[in-house]
Design a protein around this ligand. Sequence first.
Ligand SMILES: NC(=O)c1ccc[n+]([C@@H]2O[C@H](COP(=O)([O-])OP(=O)(O)OC[C@H]3O[C@@H](n4cnc5c(N)ncnc54)[C@H](OP(=O)(O)O)[C@@H]3O)[C@@H](O)[C@H]2O)c1
Length: 324
Amino acid sequence: MKSREIHLVKRPGGMPKLSDFEIKEIALPELVDGQILVKNVYLSIDPATRPRLTRGQELNTAMGGFALGRVLKSRAPSLKEGDVVRGIFGYREAYVADARHVAKIDVDPKLPLTVYMHVMGGAGFVAYGGLIEIGKMKSGEQVFVSTAAGSVGSLAVQIARLKGCTVIGSTGNDDKVVWLKSLGLDAVINYKKEPIRDALERATPKGIDVYFDNVGGDHLEAALRRMNTLGRIAVCGMISTYNDQQVGVRNLSAIIYGRVNIRGFVTTDFPQLLPQFNEEMTGWLRDGKIKYQETFFDGIENAPRALIALLNGENTGKMLVRLA
Ligand SMILES: NC(=O)c1ccc[n+]([C@@H]2O[C@H](COP(=O)([O-])OP(=O)(O)OC[C@H]3O[C@@H](n4cnc5c(N)ncnc54)[C@H](OP(=O)(O)O)[C@@H]3O)[C@@H](O)[C@H]2O)c1
């Protein structure tokens, strides 16, 4: 069987260009015992891919990334044809892998398959654990979330609301502002229309107890000025730095005066929360209490275009590539 995949052929300087990538057709190997053949259905397009283009992703090999696919053939007892699996073999139409390197998804037939790429996947869990375990968020607190209309951010703002907090979100686009307001946020900032520092000061008359940081740089600096005593900053991402721009944060001393706790985290930091997350999030989703949006590109050949669009803020909610 043949498969097409995306290779990085040139390391980008700043924003990636389409010419940094090439599409290649390869012949997949025959299965040996323990292996499966998977046809990808959805590719997850993630900001964290960008720093790996500078360091980590090998040139002239298939790019890695999360993907959801169906097992076409199996020589592993743990998986059978038709099973849905999530793995890190993204940016390719199909692949052969050791069955131990993918996770089987127990699909709820009442839910669309795509939710396992965001609400019920890494984005939902990182938002949930970041607020509850890292941010120590409590009902009644003031919560600020940046990239609030993105995949992780839009779930973080809704979880914070459902947990009884006052929620402020920031985004760079007026249509996204409208969507966030419809989700019931207490204040929404368009950081491209007004400096984040001024807008955040006005939007947080009671200060900030928890800042869920997806941006770093100027957003982190603006949030530090507004942190309440014993506030927590849960650093999920720093997208403003990913295109090789390092933006200095000039007021780190606010951490001392405010006794602020600042901590970075990744999805694997709070496995003990997974059963609680699955139960609570499934319930919210079924009850219509969690809303989501998805932005699609079609075809493996458009995966680089989708990545560049994500970095340019062209997605609302989760950015996905849909494969035929
Ligand atoms: N720690 C972890 O395990 C983990 C896991 C997943 C994601 N993350 C992080 O979480 C963050 C969000 O990821 P996501 O997958 O949900 O992506 P996303 O928010 O759906 O998409 C990225 C968004 O970032 C915004 N953006 C781009 N450049 C920006 C800049 N210079 N300043 C401010 N905003 C900018 C754009 O929205 P606007 O139109 O609003 O500007 C864009 O739509 C990223 O920092 C990512 O690295 C961390």
